[in-house]
Design a protein around this ligand. Structure first.
Ligand SMILES: Nc1ncnc2c1ncn2[C@@H]1O[C@H](COP(=O)(O)OP(=O)(O)OP(=O)(O)O)[C@@H](O)[C@H]1O
Ligand SMILES: [Mg+2]
Length: 421
């Protein structure tokens, strides 16, 4: 499109259209009279001369000069009108070309818009089902029989049920139960509660903040990241190692999810599988525990896709256990993308009356068991529960051999047994 001439043409045509009618008439009449005079003068030269002969010389001169001037005006005006006519015709042609180009651009834009509308419809149809998409090229899952390492995600879509408390204390308890066990706990909540509870501030600030859980989403193998940078020692046990999380994880989670939404070829669900099923990792750790946020973020989906088992902590309150069916439904929707089996539900913050659960907890536990039976789940409630312990609320990792340290030993034993040799 001739973008420069386009506005000029518009101004020109507007001026032309807005020329006052009186001026046009005056020019027209003068032109006609002038032309008539010229024709008349040429055709009837002799009779005119004869007709004017008796008139005084001054009148004759005036008439000749007057009509002559009108003739000149007529010729000049006619040529001007003609020039203007051709200019208008030329500009009209250019306007038509520009208009045709505009119409073509409009059609192109409409096609693009239609394509984008279809994309929006496609994306909105996917909605929460994004993570349930079939895998185009799944990363191989190293069979449990071929490795010693066990991977467990602590996950519940309900918040505040004790996922982080249980992950941190299980990691520690597992190290305490066997002097050779090496445990890696991975914080997948950008709020970094687990990181703060298990590692020293000095260790975290010593490390580049880029070497945190967000980095895991950008890597495809341990060689991609400097392991000594990302593996942070815990404050409690030298065999307990932590991958910490910070705000960068939220950005990485969102960025990878958005990429996947727009391009199904960029499947980010198996990054952790490539990383944690790598021989280097399998050689370094016996147990990997993922502390998931109460949401299906890119990293929590990755944890579920890399794990062997999922542990679902619940509180025995009316609202807390309702999240179990929702959580299990989501695990199922991940379909072939995940191989993780729900290990079971662990009741947290239970209150005891002597050896037995207090009445309301007993009641909720009964309801939970019937619901799980009715749903046909092939897993149940773990035998070991975690009691409500104030020392856990104030300090997530118990000190030395204090009450909270012992609290998790039976649960850790049961989980290790369920995970198999
Ligand atoms: N057994 C327990 N006894 C006493 N307090 C507990 C117990 N378990 C968890 N808590 C307390 O409950 C609160 C929530 O626990 P936690 O942060 O572990 O939950 P979460 O499921 O990880 O939460 P979120 O979903 O926000 O990540 C914390 O203040 C924690 O100290
Ligand atoms: Mg948490």
């Amino acid at each position: 499109m001739n973008a420069v001439s386009h506005p000029e043409d518009a101004t020109f045509l507007r001026d032309y259209r807005d020329t006052p009618a009186a001026r046009v008439w005056a020019i027209g009449i003068a032109s006609v009279l002038g032309l008539l005079f010229v024709v008349w003068a040429l055709a009837l030269w002799r009779p005119i001369v004869a007709m004017f002969a008796p008139l005084p010389e001054l009148t004759k001169l005036t008439a000749v000069v007057g009509f002559g001037a009108m003739g000149v005006v007529a010729v000049v005006q006619s040529s001007l009108v003609l020039r203007r006519h051709y200019a208008v015709a030329d500009r009209l042609r250019r306007c038509e070309t520009a208009l045709a180009e505009l119409l073509a651009t409009n059609r192109e834009l409409q096609d693009t818009l239609k394509g984008q509308e279809e994309e929006v419809v496609r994306v909105s149809e996917i909605d929460g089902g994004l993570w349930a998409q079939g895998c185009v090229a799944p990363v191989p899952f190293v069979e449990r029989s071929e490795r010693r390492t066990r991977l467990l995600s602590v996950f519940n879509l309900k918040g505040g049920v004790g996922k982080t408390t249980i992950t941190a204390n299980l990691g520690r308890a597992m190290c305490e139960l066997d002097s050779h066990t090496r445990v890696l706990v991975v914080d997948l909540d950008f709020q970094g509660t687990l990181s703060g509870a298990t590692t020293a501030e000095s260790e975290r600030s010593k490390r580049d903040q880029l070497y945190t859980a967000a980095r895991l989403l950008e890597s495809h193998a341990p060689d991609d990241i400097e392991l000594e940078q990302i593996l942070t020692p815990s404050t409690e046990n030298e065999r307990l190692v932590v991958i910490t999380a910070n705000d960068l994880l939220e950005h990485a989670d969102f960025r990878e999810q958005a990429r996947f939404l727009l391009d199904r070829g960029q499947d980010p669900r198996h990054r952790f599988r490539s990383l944690f099923h790598h021989r280097l990792m399998l050689k370094s750790f016996d147990v990997v525990l993922f502390d998931c946020p109460p949401r299906l973020t890119t990293s929590s989906v990755n944890a579920l896709c890399a794990s062997d088992f999922v542990l679902i902590p619940v509180q025995l309150t009316d609202s807390a256990w309702e999240a179990v069916p929702r959580t299990v439904q989501w695990l199922r929707r991940l379909g072939k993308a995940s191989r993780a089996e729900p290990m079971g539900v662990v009741a947290n913050q239970v209150r005891l009356n002597g050896e037995r659960l207090i009445g309301p907890h007993q009641q909720v536990l009964g309801m939970l068991r019937s619901l799980m039976k009715a749903e046909g789940y092939d897993f149940g409630v773990l035998n070991q529960m975690v009691s409500d312990d104030r020392s856990l609320a104030s300090r997530m990792l118990g000190e030395g051999s204090g009450p909270s340290s012992r609290l998790f030993h039976p649960l850790a034993r049961e989980i290790l047994r369920r995970m198999g040799p």
